[in-house]
Ligand binder design. Structure first.
Ligand SMILES: [Ca+2]
Length: 737
């Protein structure tokens, strides 16, 4: 009796006493681990980061922390969703727009009673969702006197330096928040992103010292590494702008053999007169000296590259000095307001950056410098102070982690894992932890880095470049600088086999295939126009039924129109079938405007896959994975909607036709996607066939597309199920059919 009472009392005490912790997530842009002294590097001594290091002293540093796709927008999308880029839809910074209607961790913690705020660099094109308060930089934002987009979509310009201002806004929100609720604050800096413009107070910092150079500043890209490396456009020697990057006046390069012209320093153009004066006083004499030295022949060739490296690295580290000072301000606020004990503080950055390694600036490659994301965390009472972890963690883990901390069960579709067990015992891997991470970069115009993907274990890294069909293998223990690929080295043949197996296994685990990477067909004018028209039509809303598919569904607007008018027009139907589309195109459309909040039908009918298999580009299993992704996407965006998934219609006139068999294989897999409640599978293929199994010309003249009669067969065959799912009265065929 007493024992039970004590137990109950203890439980009550725990429930009352265990206030859920707050989370302050301080995030920067392009901050390489080598530029954080807690990580230790050739720069650690010259450019210390004492405030960020405080997190390491009072908490943990994760030494094997990686991104899933090394660019700004995509990394942020991975963090919000817990999903790899091909699943959350934000693949690159050129063509992507974040689909804010999908499930994200801020929405879920908000539902669980947390206050959420997002302040600073967002960079996901669409406005934030899931935040009680947000104030964001437009796109990349500006270092000097930046504009912030407000929640009412107006813009407000603040005078001052961006890193200071973002912290000001964050501290002001902390001050004004509802103090009875736990919170998640995302304080996201622009710095140290290009063009590395220092704060006025740091303009001459490091003027008296030389920064150490990385060993591979003059890399020749040999050693069996991919031939695509040589084609980069991110070299310190070749690709630095005179104005924008190197901070000379004007846009035209005085020494075009060394500096690119064409882009002025746009930050300078934003400055006040006082700011310009300080800037000119700092850069003017240094710039004049460089000009004189090149003119006199004192400085030439590789020595100019060395000078450019110094200019670049010092500016980069100067912007980090401001970040570090502002991390200190946030930590002080938490100390001064009694919040330090129950607030988890994380410092991270969207990906790493090349600080001259391989002769580069920028990111994107799967090499260590840009694959790595700094991750330092302080969680008093949970994470032991001063530990270093080797556990392989990735940005897809953050969402499940934050949910775990907030006491919310992570949705099963999230691909990352909660790091809480890794936090509690940072010295060893949690039981059953991953042995490798998967990475994919999709290729962009910017900086000419080839598309590639790969896997990394504690010791090895395998990369694949699909355009040149090259593999690269690295032994990170023996060759941490990744200067030599071992993919053809006989001593590594077993490692190669093992890593290739891991590569294929992880691609399968994450549902990565040609059928699941969202892809538009915007280069085709008719497709682009149809998409624009459908987005407009979708926004009108008020639909009870949604058709999703390819040319066969598209045909409801052609040969199927009379049948459509009879059955579906009265049910307020939106048809988003597109001739020639494969699953990957449908995925892109659904995440890019064809499923706005106004489209909330009772039922969606999906019939897709013919072109995946028909063009013989994809195997049945791959096609099915693409169909699965469409179903999962709809389940996530419209949890109440019923889905009628139709088996892919038969192709080929003869029953033993190859395409016919392939579609049957797809259907055998797709059948298992049903959950009996929201997702229903129906294979009406047989309705089109003659008794001998042949596909009659009177139904599908080209053995692929139904004619008017064929559409009647389709409507009749699914009417009973459709009426049941939509709660509609069953429609009978028109007289004569
Ligand atoms: Ca970035």
């Amino acid at each position: 009796m007493t024992r039970i009472f004590l137990l109950l009392a203890a439980l009550v005490a725990t429930a009352v006493g265990a206030e859920r912790p707050n989370i302050v997530f301080i995030f920067s842009d392009d901050h390489a681990e080598a530029a954080i002294s807690a990580y230790g590097s050739h720069l650690a001594k010259a450019a210390a980061t004492p405030n960020i290091d405080r997190l390491a002293k009072e908490g943990a540093v994760f030494e094997n922390s990686f991104c899933a796709n090394s660019i700004c927008g995509p990394s942020r999308a991975c963090i919000l969703t817990g999903l790899h880029s091909h699943v959350n839809g934000f693949l690159d910074n050129n063509n992507s727009r974040f689909d804010g209607t999908q499930t994200t961790f801020p929405k879920l913690v908000q539902d669980a009673g947390y206050q959420t705020a997002m302040i600073g660099k967002w960079h996901l094109v669409s406005n934030p969702t899931g935040f009680d308060y947000w104030e964001i930089l437009p796109g990349q934002g500006a270092y000097y006197n930046p504009d912030f987009i407000q929640m009412d979509n107006t813009r407000k310009r603040y005078e001052g330096y961006c890193t200071d201002l973002i912290t000001d806004r964050a501290l002001e929100w902390l001050e004004k928040r509802d103090k009875k609720k736990p919170f998640v604050l995302m304080c996201q800096h622009k710095a140290p992103h290009r063009n590395w413009s220092p704060a006025p107070r740091h303009l001459t910092l490091f003027d008296d010292i030389e920064m150490p150079e990385p060993a591979s500043l003059f890399d020749d890209y040999g050693g069996g590494r991919s031939e695509t490396l040589k084609k980069h456009a991110m070299g310190i020697a070749e690709h630095m702008y005179w104005g924008h990057d190197m901070k000379f006046a004007g846009k035209d390069s005085e020494f075009p053999e060394y500096f690119m012209g064409g882009l002025p320093n746009r930050q300078y153009l934003r400055m006040t007169d006082a700011q310009k004066k300080q800037w000119d006083a700092a850069y003017g004499p240094k710039n004049e000296k460089l000009k004189a030295d090149i003119r006199s022949g004192k400085l030439k060739g590789d020595d100019v590259t060395r000078w450019k490296y110094q200019r670049y690295i010092k500016d980069y580290l100067r912007t980090i000095r401001a970040v570090d000072e502002n991390v200190g301000r946030v930590l002080k606020y938490l100390d001064d307001n009694g919040l330090a004990q129950n607030t988890i503080v994380i410092y991270s950055s969207d990906q790493g950056f090349y600080l001259g390694e391989h002769g580069w600036y920028d990111k994107r490659w799967m090499f260590e410098e840009s694959l790595a994301m700094p991750f330092l965390i302080r969680w008093p009472g949970v994470i032991p102070a001063g530990v270093r972890s080797k556990t392989l963690i990735q940005n897809i883990d953050y969402a499940p982690t934050f949910l775990d901390i907030a006491g919310v069960k992570a949705p099963s579709h999230m691909q990352g894992r909660s790091l809480v067990s890794a936090f509690k015992n940072p010295r060893s891997n949690p039981a059953g932890w991953r042995e490798a991470i998967y990475y994919a970069y999709y290729g962009e115009r910017t900086h000419a880095v080839a598309k590639h993907d790969g896997v990394r274990t504690q010791r090895h890294k395998l990369m694949f470049f699909p355009d040149t069909k090259e593999w690269n293998l690295f032994d990170l223990e023996k060759d941490p600088g990744e200067m030599k690929s071992l993919h053809e080295d006989p001593a590594y043949s077993e490692t190669m086999v093992d890593m290739t197996r891991r590569y294929h296994a992880l691609r399968k685990t994450y549902g990565m295939s040609s059928a699941t990477v969202p892809a538009p067909r915007l280069e085709q004018e008719w497709w682009k126009k149809r998409h624009q028209a459908k987005v407009k039509e979708a926004r009108k809303g008020g639909y009870d039924l949604l058709f999703i598919g390819d040319s066969i569904t598209h045909g409801w607007e052609g040969k199927g129109r009379p049948v459509f008018e009879h059955y579906y027009a009265p049910r307020k139907t939106l048809n988003i079938g597109y001739s020639g589309d494969r699953t990957e195109h449908v995925l892109w459309r659904l995440m890019n405007g064809e499923l706005p909040p106004q489209v909330d039908p009772k039922v969606a009918v999906i019939m897709i896959g013919t072109n995946n298999t028909g063009h013989r580009m994809q195997k049945a299993e791959e096609t099915a994975t693409g169909i699965r992704r469409i179903v999962d996407l709809l389940r996530d965006r419209r949890p109440k909607m019923k889905i009628l998934l139709l088996g892919v219609f038969p192709r080929d006139a003869r029953p033993d036709g190859e395409k016919r068999k392939l579609n049957e294989e797809v259907n055998a897999i797709a059948k298992s996607f049903t959950d009996g409640k929201h997702v229903h599978f129906l294979d009406i293929g047989k309705s089109f066939l003659g008794e001998d199994g042949q596909l009659p010309k009177e139904v599908m003249p080209d053995a692929l597309h139904p004619n008017a009669h064929g559409y009647q067969i389709w409507a009749s065959a699914m009417e009973e199920k459709l009426a049941e799912l939509g709660g509609w009265e069953k429609v009978s065929p028109q007289a004569g059919e």
